[in-house]
Design a protein around this ligand. Structure first.
Ligand SMILES: C[S@@+](CC[C@H](N)C(=O)[O-])C[C@H]1O[C@@H](n2cnc3c(N)ncnc32)[C@H](O)[C@@H]1O
Length: 214
């Protein structure tokens, strides 16, 4: 049993630091947007951002005209920062879900027919195998047949910690193993992200597609 209260950790993080000073802030979520373009989605595609925090990726998608977004996070203050930044019309195009990916209790258990599952810098915090399995079970249950999965996490050369927490690092093969044979890897690349402090972090980006109705 972990002794860390993750919910309160992530609430404090967003209460104490401006979102654009956080060590994962992106002015523009360029690599994620490149992968979204490859999916050729209609504008009403259901795009779920897990562990969205206050990410500008949501603003980017709204500006591109996407109308059916979901933003999940364990931290209510994080989603408040995101929501308060959006105009009324854009707020109406996003459903905000405060819930824990490793212990889904409410809305997350109801998600279905997701066209895209997008995760940047979230899965790598789940160092416990049971938590990882809960995450991938939720993903497989919520995703539409032939839906897309974008996962960007620290790669095998990446940092050992983020936000003071241990991380579990991946390469594309490890993510393929976790997803199973019913997912095809469409694209992967390593990406060096520069933090607001100027430090660098090595990520692996992956785009998978579910293959059938099974
Ligand atoms: C490093 S931040 C990345 C935020 C965002 N994806 C981005 O790229 O800007 C990790 C995020 O995962 C969220 N998170 C951590 N554990 C979570 C969990 N068990 N369920 C849902 N969200 C979680 C945190 O609150 C935080 O917003």
């Amino acid at each position: 049993m972990s002794e860390i209260d993750y919910k309160s950790h992530w609430e404090k993080v967003y209460n104490k630091t401006e979102f654009d000073k956080l060590g994962w802030y992106e002015k523009e979520a360029a690599p994620s947007l490149d992968l979204i373009q490859l999916c050729n989605l209609p504008k009403d595609a259901k795009i779920l951002n897990v562990g969205a925090g206050a990410t500008t990726f949501v603003d980017d998608l709204l500006k591109l005209g996407y109308t059916n977004l979901l933003a999940n996070d364990i931290s209510a203050p994080a989603l408040e920062v995101l929501k308060n930044r959006l105009n009324d019309e854009h707020q109406n195009n996003v459903k905000f879900i405060v819930d824990d990916l490793t212990n889904p209790t409410k809305e997350l258990l109801k998600i279905n027919n997701i066209d895209v599952w997008h995760d940047r810098a979230v899965l790598h915090f789940f160092t416990d195998e049971n938590d990882q399995n809960t995450y991938f079970d939720l993903l497989r249950k919520g995703l539409k047949p032939r839906g897309f999965v974008i996962i960007a996490v620290f790669n095998l050369e990446g940092a050992l910690k983020c936000s003071g927490l241990d991380v579990f690092r991946y390469d594309a093969d490890m993510l393929q193993n976790k997803l199973g044979n019913n997912f095809k890897l469409l694209k992967t690349f390593n990406y060096t992200y520069t933090m607001p402090s100027g430090d660098e972090r090595s990520y692996v980006y992956t785009l998978f597609q579910h293959l059938s109705n099974d």
